[in-house]
Ligand binder design. Structure first.
Ligand SMILES: [Fe+2]
Ligand SMILES: [Fe+2]
Length: 203
């Protein structure tokens, strides 16, 4: 009797493992963005304890590329949807200003290498900026908490973020740059203006 119970449980687990291998669990928008935050935080920690210059260079490269993709998908997709759903203009604008500060530093780190006297300092300051920004997004009453309380379609947005992220990551790995007309800044600025105009009409 006991044996048959065990065999039923085992076969059940086997089926669910197979199913999850075929269909990776879809993450909602906030889970996907938080996973990015977690990954970058880990790389910053590894950078702080890395001993070799080569390792630091690799980690800084990974961090900068991941942050470029992450900020771009937030600005193209998550932030406009957040603004439209919540009308939280101040939270939205502060997040974009923080992104712009981080992107300026990323652009400085990109061409510099460990031979630059300021390399460690730049990566350390970037880590501090990102720590602050991630806290603003994840804290109680922050952007993600307000998004959860809104009627945003976080599941659908998660799929769009995942596919845009895959597209951008693939382009970067292939060494391609996006045409200027499709840059995150221009896309984000256009969407933000139309959302803010709609919000103003609502008042
Ligand atoms: Fe983020
Ligand atoms: Fe962000």
């Amino acid at each position: 009797m006991a044996k048959s119970k065990i065999s039923v449980r085992k076969s059940g687990r086997g089926r669910s493992r197979k199913a999850s291998a075929r269909l990776p669990a879809a993450r909602d928008a906030i889970a996907l963005l938080k996973a990015d935050h977690h990954q970058v935080r880990e790389w910053f920690e590894q950078f702080q304890t890395a001993r070799s210059s080569a390792r630091k260079q690799v980690l800084a490269g990974q961090i900068c590329e991941a942050l470029k993709v992450h900020t771009q998908i937030e600005e193209e997709l998550f932030y406009p949807a957040f603004l439209a759903a919540t009308g939280e203009v101040a939270i939205h604008h502060e997040a974009e200003v923080e992104h712009n500060g981080a992107k300026r530093l990323i652009d400085e780190i990109g061409p510099s290498g460990v031979q630059d006297d300021y390399f460690d300092a730049k990566v350390t300051v970037l880590a501090e900026m990102i720590r602050h920004h991630v806290n603003e997004e994840e804290k109680r009453d922050g952007m993600f908490a307000k998004a959860r309380q809104s009627d945003m379609d976080l599941a659908g947005l998660g799929q769009r973020l995942a596919s845009r992220k895959a597209e951008l990551t693939g382009m970067k790995e292939a060494g391609e740059e996006e045409p200027a007309s499709r840059s995150a800044v221009s896309l984000s600025a256009n969407r933000r203006s139309s959302v803010v105009a709609r919000l103003a009409k609502r008042d």
